[in-house]
Design a protein around this ligand. Structure first.
Ligand SMILES: O=C(O)CCC(=O)C(=O)O
Length: 275
C-alpha cells in the first residue's frame, strides 16, 4: 500500500515561516508505508513579488531550501513533491518554476519546469497575471517511476492543456502543485482535476494555496486527491493542512481492464522524455 497526501498552505513571503509550517505538518505524520506529500506552487515564498522569488532562486541540486527539503524527506521518511520553487538556469535571466521531487532518502530524483505560464487577465477586478515576465517556460515532460507507480508532474496552469497529459503515456499518479486563483478555481479547478483523472485513469494529487496572501491575491484552496474513476476522495476546502488517501492498485487495474482507453486512444503518445 502507499499513501498520497497533499499539503494546503497560505504561503507568505517569508521562506523560513513557510518551511517551518511544512516541517510541523510532516512531524505530525505517522509513516508506516510509502508516503508522498505534494506541496503547493510557490510553497516557500508567495505574495512578495517577482523579486522575492528571484532572490531565493537556487541552482538545481544545490541551495539551502533544497538541502532543507532533502533533510525533511529523510527525517520524516516521506517523498516530497516540492511545489514550484524558483531555480536558476544558464540560458535566461528569468528563473524557472521548478517542481523538485525528493525520495524518502532525501535524494533529488526528478525536476520539472512549468511549461504553460499564466499570462492571463482573470477578471476585470482581480488584475493581470504576467508570469512569463519573470519565469522561463520549461519544455520537457517529466514522469518518474517510484513505489507509488509511474508519476507524471505538472504545475497549476498546465492543468488546462490536455495534450501535455496525453503525451505522458500511461501514468498511475499525476501530481499537481498549484496556486489556482479563487476566481478561476471556483469555476474550473475540480472539473479539470476530475477530467484529467478520468482521461488518464490515474490518481490526481493536487495541492493548492488557499486564502488571502500578502499581495492581496486570493487562492482557491480545495486541495484534493481524485480517484482514477474521477471521484473526489479527499478535499480540503479552505483550511491549511494535510489530507490524503491510500492508492488502491486493484481499482486502477480494474478500471483500465474494463475500459481500456489507453489502448483505444488514437492520439496518446508513448513518448516520454527520459530524465
Ligand atoms: O489556470 C488557472 O486558472 C490558474 C493558474 C495559475 O494561477 C497559475 O498557473 O499560477
Amino acid at each position: 500500500m502507499a499513501n498520497l497526501m497533499v499539503l494546503q498552505m497560505t504561503s507568505c513571503p517569508d521562506v523560513e515561516s513557510n518551511l517551518a509550517f511544512v516541517e510541523s505538518q510532516l512531524a505530525g505524520l505517522t509513516v508506516t508505508e510509502p508516503t508522498m506529500v505534494v506541496l503547493p506552487e510557490c510553497f516557500a515564498c508567495f505574495g512578495g513579488g517577482d523579486n522575492a522569488q528571484a532572490n531565493i532562486a537556487e541552482t538545481i541540486g544545490n541551495g539551502p531550501v533544497q538541502q532543507r527539503l532533502a533533510q525533511l524527506a529523510k527525517t520524516f521518511g516521506v517523498w516530497i513533491v516540492a511545489g514550484s520553487f524558483p531555480t536558476r538556469n544558464s540560458f535566461d535571466h528569468r528563473f524557472s518554476a521548478s517542481c523538485l521531487v525528493f525520495n524518502d532518502q532525501g535524494e533529488l530524483i526528478a525536476d520539472y519546469q512549468k511549461i504553460h505560464l499564466f499570462d492571463v487577465q482573470v477578471a476585470d477586478n482581480t488584475g493581470r497575471y504576467a508570469e512569463s515576465a519573470s519565469t522561463q517556460p520549461g519544455n520537457k515532460i517529466v514522469c518518474f517511476d517510484s513505489p507509488f507507480g509511474r508519476v507524471g508532474v505538472a504545475i497549476c496552469y498546465d492543468l488546462r492543456f490536455a495534450g501535455l497529459f496525453q503525451a505522458m503515456g500511461e501514468i498511475d499518479v499525476l501530481v499537481l502543485p498549484a496556486a489556482f486563483t479563487a476566481v478561476t478555481g471556483q469555476a474550473h479547478w475540480l472539473p479539470l482535476l476530475r477530467a484529467r483523472a478520468i482521461e488518464l485513469q490515474c490518481y490526481v494529487a493536487a495541492a493548492n494555496q488557499t486564502g488571502i496572501h500578502a499581495n492581496g491575491r486570493q487562492t482557491y484552496g480545495h486541495s484534493s486527491v481524485i480517484s482514477p474513476w474521477g471521484e473526489v476522495l479527499v478535499e480540503l476546502p479552505a483550511a491549511t493542512g494535510l489530507v490524503g488517501t491510500k492508492i488502491d492498485y486493484a481499482l486502477l487495474a480494474d478500471i483500465r481492464q474494463r475500459m481500456p482507453v489507453g489502448q483505444h486512444n488514437c492520439f496518446r503518445s508513448t513518448f516520454v522524455e527520459p530524465r
